[in-house]
Ligand binder design. Structure first.
Ligand SMILES: [Zn+2]
Length: 276
């Protein structure tokens, strides 16, 4: 793992640190059984919250190889008995929200669609019935029927790119969105979604959670450091940090919204497209 001195979104050095813990699952699966000291950083400039130190590329590979396959689920359940192996209900509600968020544009979309980090491609397979569908995912799991896998180096450009429930997992989200842009052309439409998953507030309705500043949510978590150890999510976005992040990386957000189950979503184009 690698320590960073600045905010991973805005580059500010104005960070407030809080002690936290790594789950035994991650210690065993990723860190060779050796625990590390870890903390949550709150950026006072943009409200981003993230774990520090950060995973390197090899550690990310170990964490996500075979993500959610039988072996992964077994290992996860050993350490995390509450882990939910059945993501179907969650997927259905995310698609319903996406349909409304896009005003049904996806239902009639006939161009190409890439789900970046979309695991087996279930999301786009259901959400884009008429499109040509592709998925890229580091887990290496086989896509569902109707979706084709692509590699990490773009061999074609896509008309619509979905990247949902990914940015909260990755060590360097800026590098990831720069990689995603290489799969796009000037008129590509982007949909990004991240959870607002500050654990103590998960049961509150999404809009209520959104009204609480990130710092307040973080203070609640950190009254009990160790109660919410690191499993998968290393980044916690809120609306201001998400906007800041995409603007810094050359995107223009046309719409941002929060679902009832606390997912922050946005539609975007690249700034090159806005100016053309
Ligand atoms: Zn920041």
């Amino acid at each position: 793992m690698t320590d960073v001195q600045k905010c991973i979104v805005c580059g500010s050095g104005e960070l407030t640190s809080f002690p936290s813990e790594v789950s035994d699952f991650v210690v065993n699966r990723v860190l060779g059984g050796k625990p590390v000291d870890i903390r949550l950083e709150f950026c006072r400039a943009c409200s981003m919250v993230f774990y520090n130190p950060r995973f390197d590329a090899h550690e990310m590979d170990r964490l996500y190889a075979g993500y959610r396959d039988d072996q992964y689920n077994r290992q996860r359940l050993e350490h995390d008995p509450d882990y939910d192996q059945n993501h179907r209900d969650n997927l259905r509600s995310r698609i319903e929200y996406f349909d409304r968020f896009c005003n049904g544009l996806n239902r009639s979309w006939r161009g190409s669609v890439l789900d970046f980090g979309g695991l087996r491609g279930e999301f786009i397979n259901a959400a884009f019935p008429k499109a040509e569908k592709f998925v890229y995912d580091i887990s290496g799991v086989a896509p569902v029927d109707g979706v084709r896998a692509v590699g990490g180096e773009p061999s074609q450009k896509f008309d619509f790119i979905v990247c949902a429930q990914v940015l909260e997992h990755v060590a360097d989200p800026g590098t990831l969105v720069d990689q995603i842009k290489r799969f796009s052309h000037a008129r590509t439409r982007f949909y990004f979604a991240v959870p607002m998953d500050f654990p103590p507030f998960q049961r509150l309705p999404g809009r209520l959670v959104n009204m609480l500043p990130a710092y307040m949510r973080l203070r609640e978590i950190l009254k009990r450091p160790g109660r919410y150890p690191l499993y998968e999510h290393v980044n916690y976005f809120c609306a201001p940090s998400l906007r800041n992040f995409f603007e810094t990386h050359g995107f223009e957000i046309s719409k941002i919204g929060l679902s009832r189950d606390s997912n922050l979503s946005c539609l975007a184009v690249t700034k090159e497209e806005r100016m053309s």
